[in-house]
Design a protein around this ligand. Structure first.
Ligand SMILES: *Cc1c(COP(=O)(O)O)cnc(C)c1O
Length: 492
């Protein structure tokens, strides 16, 4: 299986190990596969009988052909072990007749980013060997909160890899900030940025595109790599849990073979929902993909009008991991729907004017599968409360955005297929907002909220978040986006 850039008309192709090492294509585009492997009925039946690590190795081996199945299986067994994912890698929880919550947050940082970032470092480590790389890989991460911590946990103390994380100083929750500030490991560094997530992401992208910086880094035996969802190595592991959820529904006799289901995903950078799309293209019986946004509803508008316009107010919400106005992975969908030439054009309009409008063919191709809904802060809080009070289901704020959108879809569309709702964070990761949503009163503090929510709901605090305030703070520096390259040099 070969890969090429979303902006390259000549489709110059690369191996999977190179793509994972490099992260972003040299022309600024994202890597996509030349062809989509097929999941046959027989494949799906086989997968039903497998454990999660086996399912993962099977799907990964269809895309990452530079790796042997046995290599992948060994990595998957470590990445998705009971030790890393207490409570199962991706358990499916039936919430109502129609809604199934796919819980992706039982890993070491209590958010769904763990699903990819527990395996990615292992893939990168092998990619360095496979490509004969002698230099150290320096991972730069821009995070809206969850990726940063998950990447730090995934990459800490890994040989010949260093990792540096940038997060928006006021754009993450207190718990997220503490999780990152207390990170340990001899190859890690963390900075807060004065600005929002897009400033952090733009800063990282600039460094990746800076040829002088690349040379200076290489002179010092470093190459840059990315752990953001623009890296293909992060997307493939995310396909697995949709296939796995379908198998679990079959095994539990919630659906019959071939029955189509819809999927609803709380969306920011469009990585998670794009992975669902790949699963559908492979042949998994998925029908509609419902893209759920918070008040930063740039994607809802795009899916409804064909115009993507980032020139709008940026809202800081209680689902901060979705506070994004430039949704990077949408570029991959554009390329599938419109081809490389048009995609390069749209991306250049996005960078010069902050907006673009796709042509009608592209729009209708996208709308065959994707539909956009959004939930504002009031609706999100009401959904947290409703699902707890009516169904006894405790959902975090991001998941609640998706639950709200899934209900809107059920009501408006008349389509009564079952919906798999991606549940992307433990309710304890956003305990203060969850507590306030249920009780209509504020917790004593953001960190006290964990114990208060536990007492209120009689559930246990997610294990990665226990005793957070007692840990030592190792990183507290705040910088301007213009200083990012300097601190990279300093770290090197
Ligand atoms: C990252 C994240 C999202 C958004 O996922 P994308 O793949 O960026 O669309 C949603 N919820 C949570 C909790 C996240 O951490």
């Amino acid at each position: 299986m070969k890969y090429y850039s979303t902006r390259d008309v000549s489709k110059k192709s690369y191996d999977s190990a190179v793509v994972i090492k490099q992260g972003l294509a040299a022309d600024g585009g994202l890597f996509i596969p030349e062809a989509i492997p097929t999941l046959t009925r027989e494949n799906i039946e086989d997968l039903c009988a497998m454990s999660y690590p086996e399912r993962a190795a099977k799907i990964l081996s269809m895309y990452l052909t530079d790796y042997t199945y046995d290599e992948l299986l060994a990595d998957c067994k470590e990445a998705y072990s009971e030790d890393s994912f207490r409570g199962g890698a991706a358990p499916l929880c039936k919430v109502t007749d129609k809604l199934y919550s796919l819980e992706l947050w039982h890993g070491p940082t209590a958010a769904f980013k763990d699903m990819a970032l527990q395996i990615m470092p292992r893939l990168l480590s092998k990619a360095l060997v496979k490509t004969g790389e002698d230099n150290t890989a320096l991972i730069l991460v821009a995070t809206s909160g969850d990726t940063g911590k998950a990447a730090l946990e995934g990459y800490k103390d890994i040989d010949r890899i260093k990792i540096m994380v940038f997060y928006p100083v006021d754009g993450v929750s207190k718990v997220q900030k503490l999780q990152m500030a207390t990170q340990t490991g001899n190859n890690v560094n963390v900075y807060a940025i004065r600005g929002n997530f897009d400033d952090a992401q733009t800063g990282v992208k600039k460094i990746f595109a800076d040829k002088d910086a690349a040379k200076k880094l290489l002179d010092n035996s470093y190459i840059l790599s990315s752990a953001n969802s623009i890296n293909w190595g992060r997307l493939v592991p995310q396909i697995v849990y949709y296939v796995s959820a379908y198998c679990d529904m079959l095994n539990a006799k919630e659906i019959s073979f071939g029955e189509t289901v819809n999927v609803c995903v709380p969306t920011g950078n469009f990585g998670n929902i794009f992975a669902a799309y790949l699963a559908k293209l492979m042949g998994l019986p998925l029908a509609k993909l419902i893209c759920a946004s918070n008040e930063n509803n740039v994607l809802t508008e795009f899916l409804r009008t064909g115009t993507y316009d980032r020139n709008r107010k940026f809202h800081t919400t209680m689902s901060p991991s979705m506070d994004i106005l430039i949704s990077s992975n949408l570029e991959r969908l554009l390329c599938f729907a419109a081809g490389e030439e048009k995609t390069a054009g749209y991306m250049s309009e996005l960078s010069s004017k902050g907006a673009y409008t796709v042509d009608n063919d592209t729009r209708s191709a996208i709308n065959e599968t994707f539909i956009g809904y959004c939930a504002d802060e009031t609706a999100t809080a009401a959904t947290v409360k409703k699902f707890y009070n009516e169904y006894g289901y405790l959902a975090d704020t991001h998941t609640s955005v998706a639950l709200n959108c899934a209900e809107q879809y059920l009501k408006e569309s008349g389509d009564d297929k079952k919906i798999i709702v991606a549940s992307t964070a433990s309710p304890y990761k956003f305990a203060a907002d969850v507590y306030r949503s249920i009780t209509d009163t504020a917790a004593d503090s953001d960190t006290d909220a964990l114990a208060q929510l536990s007492e209120l709901t009689n559930t246990e605090i997610a294990y990665p978040l226990r005793n957070l305030t007692e840990r030592k703070v190792n990183f507290s520096e705040v910088i301007d986006p213009s200083e990012m390259l300097d601190v990279v040099y300093k770290f090197m």
